[in-house]
Write a protein that binds this ligand. Structure first.
Ligand code: CTP
Length: 402
């Protein structure tokens, strides 16, 4: 089989050096990559680097090798175009269909999925001109990855950082895989909220009641939604996984904090997926100082109180009509019967039921589940990567969003 053909567009920002790592990952995973930089990009990383790493010629202009009609052929034959970093100027040109160099010509002739990974200063990103250009590109079906928050050029920090190359690669891999699907960007224009990880309920400054959730399933859901074009808010409870490119990550610790973050993000969301393992109980009191053992004394019992049930609350009190709400149920016995009862009790639209045990689900790369729907249907998901389960969940959500 031919290698998938990827065009890596690079525009002129300091983050261009990070695109070298993206290029490496693409070539090492079996993609044929043609790098198309802009003239400004070559101020940051030279043509020799792009050419050596990609194994292909590099030019910024339409006037080289004219007999091969590169300004048309490169875009036409691509399976994916990814522009990383995409500057404000490049986004503006793409949104308005300007074509004054090889990259902008390529963007006009490409009929494959296109991913933009913007990187710029916060002011430029937030400017209405840029925001309107991004909205235009998204409306036309491009995936525009939200920039990350962090250190920018110089002393500034804020939103506008290029996400880590490994995470941009993950978006590319998923978009490419879905490129052959009928509706590759079926969540474009949608805002989805995913909760992930496990809450921790503190007893004292050093101890907590927690659970074994790592966040892998929730992070897989967030990544899959980005690749399907959604704006994603990831409410992450105590996960150590790297931020998925393009997701707005809100970090929380306890169930109460998670509730607040989910309710806030759900206000304008089309769908909410509660993949987090939320503690049902928390210690009734929090000791300001570390609880000490005392000679001759038995330890005090830990008194627990109920935490809010976030899934039941947002299902009963939908922030928007038509909002789709998905819960997860981790069960050890009577998996399906318990799942059905839970679906009814929680009032959500879909419930992903999986069996847990010491060596099942928590922390593993794979999952097996049945998705129960409020309309009575059941979708079995065979044992496989969490990414596949994530896509099945979004398929069912997209069907319900219409
Ligand atoms: N959940 C929630 N708030 C809680 C507890 C759970 O929103 N306080 C959500 C989880 O994110 C998950 C679903 O509810 O999507 C199922 O959680 P689970 O703990 O399995 O269900 P419980 O209601 O705790 O039922 P049981 O105690 O019978 O297992």
């Amino acid at each position: 089989m031919d290698k998938p053909k990827v065009v890596l567009g690079v525009s002129g920002g300091i983050a261009a050096y990070k695109a070298c790592e993206l290029l490496r990952r693409l070539t090492e995973s079996g993609h044929e990559v043609r790098v198309v930089p802009t003239d400004s990009a070559l101020h940051f990383v030279g043509a020799a680097t792009w050419s050596a790493l990609s194994g292909n010629p590099v030019t910024t202009e339409v006037w080289d090798s004219v007999h091969e009609v590169p300004h048309v052929r490169i875009g036409q034959s691509a399976d994916l175009v990814v522009v990383a970093p995409a500057t404000a100027d490049l986004l503006a040109k793409a949104a308005h269909g300007l074509a004054d160099d090889l990259l902008t010509n390529t963007l006009l002739t490409a009929r494959c999925p296109v991913v933009f990974a913007p990187a710029m200063h916060t002011e430029m990103w937030e400017h209405p001109a840029t925001q309107e250009n991004v909205a235009t590109l998204r409306r036309r079906g491009a995936v525009v990855i939200e920039p990350a928050v962090g250190r920018l050029t110089g002393v500034d920090t804020g939103k506008g950082r290029l996400p880590e190359p490994g995470e941009i690669f993950e978006v590319c891999r998923r978009v490419l895989a879905r490129g052959i699907e009928e509706r590759p960007l079926d969540l474009a224009g949608r805002h989805v909220v995913v909760s992930a990880g496990g809450t921790r309920e503190p007893l004292d400054p050093v101890r907590f009641l927690g659970n074994r959730s790592t966040g892998k399933q929730g992070y897989a859901l967030a990544r899959a939604a980005v690749a399907r074009g959604a704006r994603v808010t990831l409410v992450s409870a105590n996960s150590e996984l790297p931020d998925p490119a393009g997701a707005d990550v809100v970090r929380v610790g306890t169930a109460v904090q998670l509730r607040e973050a989910v309710v806030k993000a759900a206000a304008d969301a089309d769908a909410v997926v509660m993949a987090a393992a939320v503690a049902d109980f928390r210690p009734a009191t929090y000791a300001e100082g570390k609880i000490k053992k005392r000679d001759g004394h038995e330890p005090d019992p830990i008194v627990l109180v109920r935490n809010p049930d976030v899934l039941a609350e947002i299902s009963a009190d939908r922030a928007r009509p038509g909002q789709v709400i998905v819960g997860f149920a981790a069960e050890t016995d009577d998996v399906l019967a318990n799942g059905r009862a839970k679906l009814a009790r929680k009032g959500c639209d879909l419930l992903v039921v999986n069996e847990v045990g010491e060596h099942k689900t928590f922390g593993s790369e794979a999952n097996e589940a049945v998705v129960l729907a409020a309309d009575g249907t059941e979708t079995p998901v065979p044992y496989g990567p969490k990414e596949a389960l994530a896509d099945t969940v979004w398929d069912l959500v997209a069907d319900r969003l219409g």
